[in-house]
Every structure is written in structure tokens, then in C-alpha cells.
Design a binder for this molecule. Structure first.
Ligand code: WTA
Length: 629
């Protein structure tokens, strides 16, 4: 297994925070704060909620009707109001809220007041198109400020946004639009990827052909001249906003009113529409951003995620804005135009908090330490990692090249959890490769299939034992699929991750227990990729596994049975890959395709992916007594 990322198990180093880090931290004594918080989680969470503004107060903090939770029951609020108006009413009015840097170094800067005005214009424009409270709006935009403006404008009027990552293809986009029954799609003519123009409008054109609910398509035209638009259905973003006033009162919404749907991959081919709500999600993202990143008013916070994924929702848009932060976001890849891109941005904008991914770190590692050395990184004080396990080698490298004294917050969480659940705080001693301990108010454990707590170092399932405010409320139009999370192991939330806890209670996440794979931190389902493969006319059957990969964590390997009469040729393999790209997008294309004549199956016909994986990795496949072929 030469290509494996190095193992997490052998790590034993401990990094203690510097006295400076501890004395600056909001929470200086995690153990005491944690004990207090879990002695009465409702008191902890309502304390956090009190730091935000509510139009009417709650009557009950938590109504737990297993497995259904309602938080801040009876309250009204609006997350966009808390992201903007709360700050505009103070000196933060003229503080920079958002710095955006394009791939070509174009720069756009929004103060809180300016972002507020833009969002209000967009909110008024949404209303003019007949978008009402509860209506769904699909946002299919590259990483540009309009993405943030559109999200907040929806929230402001109580419309539900569904952001779809702009790397998804037309069929993937249309299935998400149709599931949400969106009335409006907001898109752009193009995005950029390492200098290449990515045309998005044709993707939307193709997608909406099969979306009967879509009444309008708004297009941010970045090119001059941009593509022609066909009125009245298609509208130019700038024309749309031009005549709107910058005033639009935020809608008072029930704390449980849906804020957004975000589609994510599960074990079946159909993506799940994870639903988050205004009140609880606001409290969870606010509290975690404040304490995990130890956010202060003079910080410049740089998160490399795309708002197309949950990290962008919670830790570019909502969490940081709720805290009144200055956020840096940059279009493009870490190594374009050079591998010094991010280090250069850190120096240029004086970034103090830098939240990135293991895949990006491993990619930058390959280019060597000279690149970070070229930039002045002395403004950095806190680092973060998310999306997949970080191997100790990458952790050490990241720690070293950034000065050797900045704590790395390895944050474990999921689309479904809404906010970070297992994570260090800056004052907590770190062990490279471990996401350390639960966040305040969160009770976590490692258990067996029956829910019995396991002794230290025994591998099992990561579970959360009590509800928390930012947890998803349901899977859109599929409550049964929601229930599975809380019933797989009774009375707790099963994350789907394999994990062990060491003797100090530190949690070590090892990967998924199910058929979800993480390619460069992007979440994909094996079943989704398989169904894209079999949509090719030459493919009879397909099975997909995630294979350990040195840079991207996991890569996709497909095993394909061809239809009778089809021959394996390089052209055919290429055309199968193109088909996956067409069905799902570039991120889902298998790195390897093996043509096989049979697949291991159970008697009931289920493909045994774990057997394929074991064979691929030269491991013992375990119990194969149920195998048919
Ligand atoms: C994985 C991303 C180890 C995990 C925020 C989880 C991690 C899945 C970490 C959710 C981490 C995320 N260490 N694994 N720090 N963070 N994961 O929904 O397997 O895209 O279940 O949310 O990513 O992926 P999702």
C-alpha cells in the first residue's frame, strides 16, 4: 500500500498551547467549561443564544420528541438580521465584512453596511419575482460575492436557499432543483478554474429543461459581452437589483423556520436534502465560530471552502458574519497561478485565522517548504482543518511551515450536524491526527452496534448522545431517512464514521463506516457514481470503492462489467469517464476503471464493496460466507 496516507494510529506527540494562546483565548480552561456545559446543555446553549438578537424570546429551550428536536421554541428571529443588522447598528457598520479575491486577482471589498445594502436590494428583487416565505431558491454560482448576497437575501425574507456546488453537472443540478421544487435559479455565465473558463449558463439551460417549477433564472454576467438572455424568464443580476432600494426589513421567522436545504451524498443513489433552520443553526454556528477560532474583532479570517458545501455555509457565511468577522474568500485553487497563492494572500491581507483542508495541505506539501517561506505568515494565530482525517505528516508540515506555534483546530462535523462537534479549542493540548474532544454542550462517544460504550482504543462508531441546536431537522420530503440517523443505534445520533477514543478521551476519526467516500474532502456516494456509470450504454454493472490516496485522501476506483459484445478500449474507458462527468461532474470521475467479468455479491444481489476493497488493498476480506459469486 505504497500510496496510502500514513497511518493515524502510531501518533503519540502532544502539542501544548503557548501561554500567549491560552491567555488570549475566550475559553482558557476547556475541562471546566466542558463539564459545566454538559451538566446542563440547555443552559449552555441558551446562554449562547442570549448573545444574539431575537424578535421574541423562546418559551422552551428544547422540545425533544425523539428523534425530532425543536430548539428555542416559540421564539422568532432571523439569521440574516443577526449577520448584518446587528452589526450595522454598531461601530462595525464600516468594518470590512467580506474581502473577495478573484482568480485573476480582482478584488471586491464589502463593509457590513455595503453588504447589508446589497442583501436588501436582492431581498426586494426576490420579492418582486414573487418569491415568498418558504419558497425554494436554487443558487448555482461559482465562488463570487453574489453567492453570499443571494443566500442572505433568501434568509432575510424567509425563502429557503438550496446552494448547489457549481462543479455539479446538469443532471445532478436538475435533480436537486426538482427535489426542492425551486421557483428560481440564480447562476452566473462563467466560473474560472486554473485560468480556464467554465461555462455555467449552458449547464443551467440544460438542467432547467426538465424543471417545471422554475419560473425565472437570474444570471450574474461576468463576461463582457455576456451571453444573451431570453426575457422574461432570464434576468440579468445587475438589472434585477439596479432599481431596488437598499431597505428591506428582515422577516421575523419562527426559530424552527427552514433556512436552507443542502444536498449531500448518502448510501443510496439519491442525494439527501439536509434541512437546517434559522434559530438553532444560528446559535450553533455562532458559538463554534466564536470559541473554536477564538474570533476577535481584529482578526482576518480566511476559509478556503466553497459555499457550495456545508463548510462554506457555516464557516464562510453564517458563523463568521454572526460574529462580526472580517472574512477573506478567494476564488480558485491553492496552486494557481503558483503554489504560493494562499501564502501570498495570507501576507497580503494579514490573515490571522486560516481554515483549510487536509487535501489542500497535502497538495501544497508536494511543492515544498520554499513556497510558504516566500511569504510573511507572522499574522497567523489559529489554523483549522476540516473535511477528512488529517494525517500526522500533513499536520506536522502545516504546523511547521506556519511558524511552529499556531494551534491547528482539526474540526470534525458533517453537513447534517450544521456546526463543528468534535474539535479542539485553542487552549486544548493537541495530538496530530486527532480531532480531540467534543465541543461545549456536546456529548460524544464511541460505541458498538448495540450502543455500548467501548473501552479506550477500541474502534467503533462515533455517536452523539443528545440533541444540539444546529442539528438537521429532517431530510427534505423524506422524514424516514432522517430517522435512520437516530435509530441505527437507539437513542443517539450515528454519524457513520469509524472512530476510537484514546485514554485521554481524544477522538481519532478513521473514515466512514458506510458507502460514502471523501475525495479531496468532497462527499460522494458510491451508489451515485455507480448509477452514473451504468447510464453509459456499454456498461452492464458497476461497483465503486474509495481507495486510499496520498494527496486527496481517497480516490475513486470503479469495477465495471461491460454489456455483451462490448470491448475494452482506451476510447471506451474515456467515454465512460466522460459519462460520469456528464451525469455528476468532474469531481465524481473515477481515477481508475477496471473492466471485470463478475462482481462479488450477496445472495440477495447486493454488491459487496468491502470485498472488492479488501482485495484491492491486499487485505483480508473478512466474513465472505454470504458471497454468491
Ligand atoms: C468527514 C464536512 C475526520 C467525516 C464538514 C464526516 C472528517 C464527513 C473531519 C462529513 C475531520 C469531516 N476528521 N473526518 N476533521 N471533518 N470529516 O458532510 O467522515 O461534507 O462524516 O461535511 O466528513 O462530510 P460533509
Amino acid at each position: 500500500m505504497a500510496d496510502n496516507i500514513d497511518t493515524l494510529l502510531k501518533e503519540s506527540r502532544v502539542y501544548r498551547p503557548t501561554p500567549k494562546t491560552v491567555s488570549a483565548a475566550h475559553i482558557q480552561d476547556y475541562e471546566t467549561a466542558y463539564k459545566q456545559s454538559i451538566a446542563d446543555p440547555e443552559a449552555f446553549w441558551s446562554g449562547m443564544a442570549e448573545e444574539l438578537e431575537w424578535f421574541t424570546p423562546w418559551k422552551t429551550v428544547l422540545e425533544w420528541n425523539y428523534p425530532w428536536a425543536k430548539w428555542f421554541v416559540g421564539a422568532t428571529c432571523n439569521i440574516a438580521y443577526n449577520c448584518l443588522d446587528r452589526h450595522v447598528a454598531t461601530w462595525r457598520k464600516n468594518k470590512v465584512a467580506l474581502i473577495w479575491v478573484g482568480e485573476n486577482d480582482q478584488e471586491r471589498i464589502f463593509t457590513y453596511a455595503e453588504l447589508h445594502r446589497q442583501v436588501n436590494r436582492c431581498a426586494n428583487a426576490l420579492k418582486k419575482l414573487g418569491i415568498q416565505k418558504g419558497d425554494r431558491v436554487t443558487i448555482y454560482l461559482p465562488k463570487i460575492p453574489e453567492q453570499v448576497v443571494a443566500m442572505l437575501a433568501c434568509a432575510r425574507i424567509g425563502a429557503i436557499h438550496s446552494v448547489v456546488y457549481s462543479g455539479f453537472s446538469a443532471p445532478a443540478l436538475s435533480s436537486r432543483i426538482n427535489d426542492a421544487e425551486a421557483k428560481l435559479v440564480i447562476t452566473a455565465d462563467v466560473g474560472f478554474d486554473r485560468g480556464k473558463i467554465i461555462n455555467l449558463k449552458p449547464v443551467v439551460d440544460e438542467a432547467v429543461k426538465s424543471c417545471a417549477t422554475v419560473e425565472h433564472v437570474v444570471v450574474v454576467r461576468r463576461q463582457t459581452p455576456g451571453p444573451a438572455l431570453s426575457a422574461p424568464k432570464e434576468i440579468d443580476w445587475h438589472d434585477w437589483l439596479r432599481h431596488e432600494t437598499p431597505h428591506c426589513a428582515a422577516e421575523p421567522l419562527d426559530a424552527e423556520a427552514p433556512l436552507y436545504i443542502l444536498y449531500t451524498s448518502g448510501t443510496t443513489g439519491k442525494p439527501k436534502g439536509v434541512v437546517h433552520v434559522h434559530g438553532g443553526y444560528m446559535v450553533g454556528t455562532y458559538a463554534t465560530t466564536k470559541y473554536v477560532f477564538d474570533l476577535k474583532d481584529d482578526d482576518v479570517y480566511f476559509c478556503v471552502a466553497d459555499p457550495g458545501w456545508v463548510t462554506g455555509h457555516s464557516y464562510i457565511v453564517y458563523g463568521p458574519l454572526l460574529n462580526g468577522a472580517t472574512i477573506l474568500t478567494a476564488e480558485g485553487k491553492p496552486d494557481y497561478p503558483t503554489p504560493g497563492r494562499w501564502w501570498d494572500l495570507i501576507e497580503r491581507y494579514g490573515v490571522s485565522i486560516f481554515y483549510t483542508t487536509p487535501t489542500a495541505i497535502r497538495l501544497l506539501m508536494r511543492y515544498g517548504e520554499d513556497w510558504p517561506k516566500k511569504s510573511d505568515l507572522s499574522t497567523l494565530r489559529i489554523l483549522g482543518s476540516v473535511g477528512e482525517p488529517i494525517n500526522p505528516e500533513a499536520w506536522e508540515w502545516f504546523h511547521r511551515v506556519t511558524g511552529g506555534d499556531k494551534p491547528i483546530m482539526d474540526t470534525w462535523w458533517q453537513t447534517e450536524t450544521g456546526s463543528i462537534l468534535i474539535t479542539p479549542l485553542p487552549s486544548v493540548p493537541l495530538k496530530p491526527g486527532s480531532a480531540t474532544r467534543p465541543f461545549l454542550g456536546i456529548e460524544a462517544d464511541v460505541v458498538d452496534r448495540q450502543g455500548n460504550s467501548l473501552p479506550p482504543n477500541a474502534g467503533g462508531f462515533a455517536v452523539i448522545k443528545k440533541p444540539w441546536p444546529s442539528m438537521m431537522r429532517t431530510i427534505y420530503k423524506d422524514p424516514d431517512r432522517y430517522k435512520v440517523y437516530w435509530t441505527t443505534i437507539p437513542n443517539c445520533y450515528t454519524a457513520g464514521d469509524v472512530c476510537h477514543k484514546d485514554a485521554d478521551g481524544y477522538m481519532w476519526f478513521m473514515g466512514r463506516a458506510d458507502d460514502v467516500i471523501k475525495v479531496a474532502g468532497n462527499r460522494l456516494g458510491t451508489a451515485e457514481v455507480e448509477s452514473a456509470l451504468v447510464s453509459h450504454q456499454a456498461v452492464a454493472e458497476a461497483a465503486v470503492i474509495g481507495k486510499p490516496h496520498k494527496t486527496v485522501g481517497e480516490s475513486i476506483k470503479a469495477f465495471v462489467i461491460l454489456k455483451q459484445g462490448e470491448k475494452e478500449t482506451p476510447e471506451l474507458i474515456h467515454s465512460i469517464k466522460e459519462q460520469v462527468k456528464h451525469e455528476l461532474g468532474k469531481i465524481a470521475v473515477p481515477a481508475e476503471i477496471d473492466i471485470v467479468t463478475s462482481l462479488p455479491k450477496t445472495r440477495s444481489g447486493k454488491i459487496m464493496r468491502r470485498v472488492l476493497k479488501a482485495k484491492e488493498l491486499g487485505q483480508d476480506p473478512g466474513d465472505i460466507s454470504t458471497i454468491e459469486e
